[in-house]
Design a protein around this ligand. Structure first.
Ligand code: GDP
Ligand code: K
Ligand code: MG
Length: 266
């Protein structure tokens, strides 16, 4: 599948704007501190018609700051056909926690595994094939600031493989998500799983939106009660724990040498 519009999504300082500039030839301001990019910026991938959208950084999809809300709203607009999730290879675990949330959108997604130069200097080796298998999506190692791997990413955009469904949530939660999703008739298919998970964990935004849907409210109370009894935990903690376990496993399996040997000749 070739892409028409690509959304760059990732943590603050993962290198999204640097990558955006490399892809589009733009000259957007880059800075090694959060809050440099505060609104979405649209450019065009060099010598193509493909649009690239740079967005403010976010750490989770339950955002608080206005910039994070810009990115969440954009994700929910659905106005893109590929998410390029810019991941900081030097802070893999932290970065992948957002990836685990992004996987609940039924959209194509690939990982731009950025900052490979920093990871290498920190003696972090990542087995990209294993990481791809664990996440179920394509992973392209690169360094946006040196340009290494940027062309690999461009090539990958022309032929994005169908993603494999990641196994983050057990069967009973998948069933709950489908059940809740059947009430969301006004929502698009790509966002139903995400919104159902939000409702399951009492996300204020959606609980408020569906406050007047009494049938759904009754169903939610029932579903939550059954699951929370089974788990002995509230759903917000349970879902966060499942995502954490998923990321932990992906990192443990793919980071082959994390020990930074202290230099002997200092
Ligand atoms: P954003 O917040 O995700 O948009 O990140 P920026 O593009 O503003 O980059 C944050 C900082 O990381 C800047 O100082 C960039 O020069 C630097 N940076 C971006 N990509 C790389 C990379 O691959 N390697 C290294 N060493 N630095 C990078
Ligand atoms: K930045
Ligand atoms: Mg930026």
């Amino acid at each position: 599948m070739a892409c028409q519009k690509i959304a760059l999504i990732g943590n603050q300082n993962s290198g999204k704007t640097t990558l955006f500039n490399a892809l589009t030839g733009a000259n957007q301001y880059v800075g090694n501190w959060p809050g440099v990019t505060v609104d979405k910026v649209v450019g065009t991938l060099k010598s193509t018609d493909t649009k690239v959208v740079d967005l403010p950084g976010l750490y989770s999809l339950s955002p608080y700051s206005p910039e994070e809300i810009v990115s969440r709203e954009y994700l929910l607009s659905g106005d893109y056909d590929l998410i390029v999730n810019v991941v900081d290879a030097a802070h893999l675990e932290r970065s992948l926690s957002l990836t685990a949330e992004l996987l609940s959108f039924n959209k194509n997604i690939i990982v731009a595994l950025n900052m490979m130069d920093v990871a290498k200097n920190n003696h972090i080796e990542i087995n990209v094939n294993v990481l791809e298998q664990k996440l179920g999506i394509k992973v392209i190692p690169m360094s946006a600031s040196t340009g290494d791997g940027v062309q690999d990413l461009v090539n990958a955009l022309n032929n994005v493989p169908q993603r494999q469904k990641a196994t983050i949530y057990p069967q009973e939660i998948k069933e709950a998500v489908v059940k809740i999703g059947s009430y969301l008739k006004d929502k698009n298919d790509f966002e139903k799983e995400f919104i159902s998970l939000c409702l399951l964990q009492n996300d204020k935004v959606y609980v408020h939106e569906y406050m007047t849907d009494e049938l759904l409210q009754v169903e939610l109370v029932k579903i939550r009660a059954v699951l929370e009894k089974q788990y002995g935990q509230d759903m917000e903690s349970k879902l966060a724990g499942l995502r954490y376990a998923f990321v932990d496993e992906a990192v443990k399996a793919s980071v082959v040498k994390a020990a930074a040997n202290r230099s002997k000749n200092f």
